[in-house]
Write a protein that binds this ligand. Structure first.
Ligand SMILES: *Cc1c(COP(=O)(O)O)cnc(C)c1O
Length: 228
């Protein structure tokens, strides 16, 4: 049976091949290991295999894991990649290093106010909704610039980029179109002078297309840890 170390090597290989195939600079794509639903011991195994960036979706589950892994705190960068309700912003501002899912100014303001003074600014991405579904989280592309400017002005947040979570599609062309739409928003914000370095998109099934479309951080769960 493949160990987590084996699977990390496979996924890093996929990323490296895509980076090379699409002419991206070596080392320009970071692997975020999505450990949601997997126990702390699994994260521990991945850290031992050299993985240090982890993504979690569910706030309470993540807080429990972060507490269990307190001895590894300085070896792990914790990213919240799931939806964030305003009643959870304080615990998130206290426990996480990154939040990828900022899609409303109110949430960003609370995170900035609640980020403890002894910690560095919380690193954040604006989540953009490119599927056009009203029910999905994420700011509409045409509202992303205004939100990004407001978030960038908050003192205890550092705006790093844009996050995209395309609706799953059996049609590769549709998948590519949505990833490209996230990229267009990222380019627009950069061209407006926002100093962004992170385009968070791509998962187990579509990381190659995401790298083709300019992703700098792919969020991979299933390909590393198995089916949830
Ligand atoms: C679960 C999840 C992932 C990882 O998806 P896989 O298909 O398991 O790689 C990435 N991003 C977000 C936002 C997720 O919720």
């Amino acid at each position: 049976m493949a160990t987590i170390a084996d699977k990390l090597q496979l996924v890093r290989g996929r990323i490296a091949r895509a980076v090379s195939e699409f002419g991206r600079p070596p080392g320009s794509v970071t692997l975020l290991a999505v450990s949601k639903t997997f126990p702390a011991v699994t994260v521990r195994e991945a850290v031992a295999a050299g993985q240090h960036q982890f993504g979690e979706n569910y706030v309470q589950e993540a807080l429990d894991k972060i507490a269990e892994l307190a001895d590894l705190r300085d070896q792990i960068t914790w990213h919240l990649i799931g939806p964030l309700q305003s009643n959870k912003t304080r615990v998130v501002a206290e426990a996480f290093d990154w939040v990828h899912t900022v899609d409303r100014l109110k949430i960003a303001q609370r995170l900035s106010e609640q980020r403890p003074a002894h910690l560095p600014p919380l690193q954040v991405c604006i989540q953009v909704n490119t599927s056009g579904e009203d029910s999905k989280s994420g700011v509409a592309p045409e509202e992303a610039l205004a939100l990004a400017r407001a978030v960038a002005a908050l003192p205890r947040l550092q705006l790093r980029g844009v996050m995209g979570l395309p609706a799953p599609s059996p049609d590769p062309a549709e998948q590519r179109r949505q990833l490209q739409a996230v990229r267009v928003v990222f380019d627009l914000l950069q061209s407006e002078g926002l100093p962004l370095d992170t385009l968070s998109m791509g998962m187990s099934a579509d990381l190659e297309v995401a790298v083709e479309q300019g992703s700098t951080l792919v969020r991979v769960g299933t390909a590393l840890f198995g089916q949830r």
